[in-house]
Design a protein around this ligand. Structure first.
Ligand code: ADP
Ligand code: ASP
Ligand code: MG
Length: 414
């Protein structure tokens, strides 16, 4: 008997009718002879609504309380899905993160899973039950409830699959797989039959929200066979796998975008070796994630540093720098919000010169101003004005030869 972990996202469990459909699908897998562990997200936009409630009370809600609040969304889903299975005559057992033995570190709001004790899950499986685990949550060593960051249920699923040595992990969502770009933005995006772990990790980190980046990291580390497919349409999905067995090496495999980017420029810092260390250590101490960094030297005395952050972090980042003005010695700070990042991703890029030139030409021909650039072996990213992000994604998709003739978008109810 095999073991399969299945994850159903927010849209897939967005209503009671959909929960019943999900229960039918799980029951089918069970009938085919596999043991099933399921993880679910909160229903529809529940998490967003809970965030909004907290923000009505506080401008900066305390992170511990926030986690207690947000985890209730997934708890509703596991209870209702378990009821739907029982109603259909299938034995099921709902578990919150802590009941399922999911231990995380103590970083509220973006905790990392450190360990999963599979004993409680295995006990239920031994009794012939389907185990339904609340996604996106765990418990710290001190017994505090934690969450894994928005979209973190994917990571719960893959981590469970790794801990239980499952045969595969299936991520059911509202698109039919991983596309060459977000099909909501690029109607000519096509579904990939497979993508390498490295490319998927890069796409996810660069904003392709179809998989939580840590879920890809975890699948890669533990070699979990991972497939993304639709909850609504019976269709082959996309396999995320090792690169060496890929069918072909494409130059650029996909285009990703991130709409929440801000840039901070710190002008006139002293031109000394310790300057960068000091600046970025202060930001790291405040747990601010810095993305791109550009430095430019004025003269022997002064340098300017520009960096990008998630838009939510530009205010705290600016504050940290302001608060340490004396120590850092800069003359001025400038910040800019309302930016986006578009990226071309592909493992084949490293052996194909000229990708960057093609990208810059295509963006500038479309009248899009590039504000920052960063490259790695398998990606090139540009920061641009947010209102031009959709256009940029479509332009790059076309110029890199990714367009399919007909829209392959297959979503339901959205
Ligand atoms: P779930 O609630 O099932 O976790 P998400 O909204 O988190 O679903 O992820 C699915 C969404 O990811 C799709 O509806 C799509 O808009 C978006 N997306 C972004 N980039 C891509 C991509 N490259 N391929 C497929 N979907 C993508
Ligand atoms: N419910 C959480 C969110 O909306 C986790 C998830 O859906 O994966 O971010
Ligand atoms: Mg998701």
């Amino acid at each position: 008997m095999g073991l399969v972990v299945q994850k159903f996202g927010g849209t897939s469990v967005g209503s009671v009718e959909r929960i019943k459909k999900v229960a039918e699908r799980i029951a089918r897998t069970r009938e085919e002879g596999d043991q099933v562990v399921v993880t679910v997200s909160a229903m529809g936009k529940t998490t967003d609504r809970l965030v909004a409630l907290a923000e009505e009370i506080s401008d900066d809600p305390p992170r511990r309380e926030m986690d207690v609040l947000l985890t209730t969304g997934e708890q509703v889903s596991i209870a209702l899905l378990s009821m739907a299975l029982l109603e259909a005559g299938v034995e099921a057992c709902p578990m919150t993160g802590w009941q399922a033995g999911i231990r995380t570190n103590e970083v509220h709001g973006s905790a990392r899973i450190e360990q999963i004790d599979p004993t409680p899950i295995l006990k239920c499986l031994d009794r012939g039950e389907i185990v339904i685990v609340a996604g996106f949550q765990g418990v710290s060593e001190e017994g505090e409830i934690t969450t894994l960051g928005r979209g973190g249920s994917d990571t719960t699923a893959v981590a469970l699959a790794a801990a239980l040595k499952a045969d595969r992990c299936e991520i059911y969502t509202d698109v039919t797989g991983v596309f060459t770009a977000d099909p909501r933005i690029a109607p000519k995006a096509g579904k990939l039959s497979e993508i390498s772990f490295e490319e998927m990790l890069e796409m996810a980190n660069l904003g392709a929200g179809v998989l939580h980046p840590r879920s890809v990291e975890c699948a890669m580390t533990h070699q979990v066979p991972l497939v993304v497919r639709s909850s609504f349409v019976e269709e082959e999905g996309t396999w995320v796998k090792e690169a060496d067995s890929m069918e072909e090496e494409l130059n650029v495999r996909g285009v990703a975008h991130d709409l929440d980017v801000a840039r901070i420029k710190v002008l006139g810092l002293p031109n000394r070796t310790e300057t960068l260390t000091r600046l970025f250590q202060k930001l790291a101490d405040a747990r601010i994630n810095v993305d791109m960094i550009v430095t430019s030297e004025h003269d022997d005395e002064r340098i300017d540093v520009a960096f990008s952050v998630h838009e939510q972090e530009w205010e705290p980042a600016g504050q940290v720098i302001e608060n340490h003005q004396q120590e850092l010695g800069h003359l001025k700070i400038l910040s800019e919000t309302g930016l986006a990042k578009v990226s071309a991703v592909g493992a084949g890029m490293v052996t194909h010169p000229g990708v960057a030139a093609k990208m810059f030409t295509s963006l500038s021909d479309a009248g899009i101003r590039i504000k920052m650039v960063s490259t790695s072996e398998i990606k090139i990213s540009c920061v641009i004005p947010r209102e031009q992000a959709g256009k940029a994604v479509r332009e790059l998709h076309t110029v890199f030869g990714l367009d399919v003739k007909e829209s392959a978008l297959a979503t339901a109810g959205s």
